[in-house]
Design a protein around this ligand. Structure first.
Ligand SMILES: C[S@@+](CC[C@H](N)C(=O)[O-])C[C@H]1O[C@@H](n2cnc3c(N)ncnc32)[C@H](O)[C@@H]1O
Length: 446
C-alpha cells in the first residue's frame, strides 16, 4: 500500500500543478515499471479518488494543519491518506503507518511526527471535522465554487443532483458491433461467462461491474466497444441511411465514427486536428473491421481538407470543457478555469458555421458537446440560429431509438424517461446512473 500511496501522492501533486491526470499516471507508470499490476491499480484508484473528493479533503487538511504545508508531496500524501481513511477498506492504523513510512522513504524523516500527528488527530476528530466543513460548499460537493454557482443559476432544480452524479464512479457501457454480432448473442456470451449486464437498447448494455478492457470478451476482435450511453446516442440521432455522404468532424478517438459505420454503409470522411488522436481512430476502426477516409484537419477551416462535395449528414462533436464527464476525468474539476468556457465557446462558434457551409440542402448536422454548461450548448445554438435563416432545430427523439424490449417500458411523452433510458432536458443530458452529461442539437438545412 505504501508504494501506491506514495505514487498517488506524486500523481496528485502533478495534477494540482496543472498536469492532465492520464498523462501524470502514464508518466508515473513508465518511471516505475517494477510495480505490480495490483500496485498500479491501487495507485490509479487512490489518485482518482483523492482528486474526486479534493475539495472535501483539502478543507479537512486545512482544519488539521496549524500553518499551510509548503511541501507539496507531503501535502498530497496527507490528502491521499485522508481519502483512504474515508473510503478505503484498509485498517486505519495501517493507513497511518504506511503514510509515515512513505514520508521516511521520500527522505522526509523530519516530517514523520507531522504525518503521524495530523492523521491520528483526524481519526480522533473525524466526525466533528466532517460536520464543520459542510458549511463550505466547495468542501461539501468537491467542486470549485464558480462551478457550483454556475450550475445553481443554470439548473435551479437539478444542480445538486448533477454535482452528486459527477462524484460517482462512472458506469461501463458496451456497444455491440452489429456487423459482427447482436445484442442477444453477446448478452448470452456474457451470462455464460458469469458477467452480469443489463441491456439498454438494441446495441448497448451496461455492465453490473466495470472491468478492464482486456477482460471484455471479444473486445480485441471488434465485437464490442466501450462507449458511454450518452455518447451512444449520437450516431442514432444522426439518422443516417446507406449511401449517404457523411462528415465526422472532430472524430478522434473514433467512438462515434465506429458506431456510424456499424449502423449504415456510408461514404464517411472523418477529420480531427490532432494527428496522434487520429491514429487512435484508425486503430479503433481496424479493430472493428470498418473503413473511413481519415484526414488531419481543422474543422473551422474546411477549405484545407474539403473537396467541395456537400454532406448529407455532419457530426460536429466539438471541443468543449468536458464538464459533463468529470466522473471519468476527475482532474477537469480542478484544472478548468471559468475563463475556459469563453474560449471553448469561441472555438465552437467558429466551427459550427464553417461546417454548416458543407451541408447539403435538406441535410442534418448534429451538434454535440460533453458539457453541461449552457454557454457551450443551447446558448451557442440560439446564437447560430439567429444568424442562419436556413437552419432549423429539430426535436430529438431518444425514445424511438430504444430496443423493442426496453421500449415497452417507455412513455415517450415524458421528459424524464424510465430508468433504462435517456434523461433529456431539451437536448441536455445530465450525468446519471446510465450515462454521462452530453448536449445534443439536431439542425436541418432548409
Ligand atoms: C469530444 S472529442 C471527440 C470525440 C469523438 N467524436 C469520439 O466520439 O470519439 C473532440 C475532438 O476534437 C478535436 N479538435 C479540437 N479542435 C479541433 C478543430 N479545430 N478541428 C478538428 N478537430 C478538433 C480534438 O482533437 C478531439 O479529438
Amino acid at each position: 500500500m505504501q508504494v501506491a500511496q506514495s505514487l498517488a501522492a506524486n500523481v496528485v501533486s502533478h495534477v494540482l500543478a496543472g498536469k492532465n491526470l492520464t498523462v501524470a499516471l502514464d508518466e508515473s507508470f513508465r518511471q516505475n515499471q517494477e510495480i505490480t499490476p495490483q500496485q498500479r491499480a491501487v495507485t490509479q484508484d487512490l489518485s482518482y479518488g483523492t482528486l474526486r473528493f479534493y475539495g472535501e479533503l483539502r478543507a479537512l487538511l486545512n482544519e488539521l494543519l496549524e500553518t499551510p504545508l509548503q511541501d507539496q508531496y507531503l501535502r498530497c500524501l496527507l490528502l491521499v491518506a485522508i481519502y483512504q481513511i474515508n473510503h478505503d477498506q484498509a485498517a486505519l492504523h495501517t493507513i497511518v503507518d504506511q503514510a509515515v513510512n512513505a514520508a521516511i522513504k521520500a527522505r522526509k524523516s523530519w516530517a514523520k511526527g507531522l504525518v503521524n500527528g495530523v492523521l491520528r488527530n483526524y481519526l480522533r476528530q473525524r466526525e466533528a471535522l466532517q460536520q464543520k466543513i459542510t458549511a463550505d460548499e466547495t468542501a461539501r460537493y468537491s467542486y470549485p465554487q464558480w462551478w457550483i454557482n454556475k450550475l445553481k443559476k443554470q439548473y435551479p432544480e437539478d444542480w445538486e443532483a448533477i454535482l452528486m452524479a459527477g462524484n460517482q464512479h462512472p458506469p461501463m457501457t458496451l456497444r455491440v458491433n452489429q456487423r459482427k454480432t447482436n445484442i442477444i448473442d453477446y448478452s448470452n456470451l456474457l451470462s455464460q461467462l458469469g458477467i452480469e449486464a443489463q441491456v439498454l437498447d438494441a446495441q448497448a448494455l451496461i455492465l453490473q461491474k466495470p472491468t478492464s478492457v482486456e477482460r471484455i470478451p471479444s473486445f480485441a476482435t471488434g465485437e464490442v466497444s466501450v462507449q458511454d450511453f450518452g455518447a451512444h446516442q449520437a450516431a442514432k440521432l444522426l439518422d443516417i441511411k446507406d449511401g449517404m455522404h457523411v462528415l465526422d468532424a472532430c472524430c478522434a478517438p473514433g467512438g462515434k465514427t465506429g458506431h456510424i459505420l456499424e449502423l449504415a454503409t456510408v461514404n464517411l470522411l472523418a477529420i480531427d486536428s490532432d494527428q496522434i488522436r487520429l491514429q487512435r481512430t484508425q486503430s479503433n476502426l481496424t479493430r472493428l473491421g470498418l473503413q473511413a477516409e481519415l484526414k488531419v484537419g481543422d474543422a473551422a477551416v474546411p477549405d484545407t481538407w474539403w473537396d467541395g462535395t456537400p454532406f448529407d449528414r455532419i457530426l460536429a462533436d466539438v471541443p468543449c470543457t468536458a464538464s459533463g464527464i468529470v466522473r471519468r476525468h476527475v482532474d477537469i474539476k480542478w484544472l478548468r478555469r471559468e475563463a475556459d468556457i469563453a474560449s471553448f465557446s469561441k472555438q465552437q462558434a467558429q466551427i459550427l458555421p464553417a461546417l454548416w457551409r458543407l451541408l447539403a440542402k435538406g441535410g442534418k448536422l448534429l451538434y454535440v458537446t460533453c458539457s453541461i454548461f449552457n454557454e457551450e450548448n443551447q446558448v451557442q445554438i440560439d446564437r447560430f440560429l439567429e444568424k442562419h435563416a436556413d437552419a432549423k432545430q429539430l426535436p430529438l427523439d431518444f425514445a424511438s431509438s430504444q430496443s423493442a424490449t426496453t421500449q415497452q417500458n417507455v412513455d415517450a411523452s415524458e421528459t424524464h424517461l424510465s430508468e433504462h433510458n435517456i434523461k433529456s432536458h431539451h437536448g441536455q443530458l445530465f450525468p446519471c446512473a446510465q450515462h454521462d452529461g452530453f448536449f445534443y442539437a439536431l439542425l436541418q438545412k432548409i
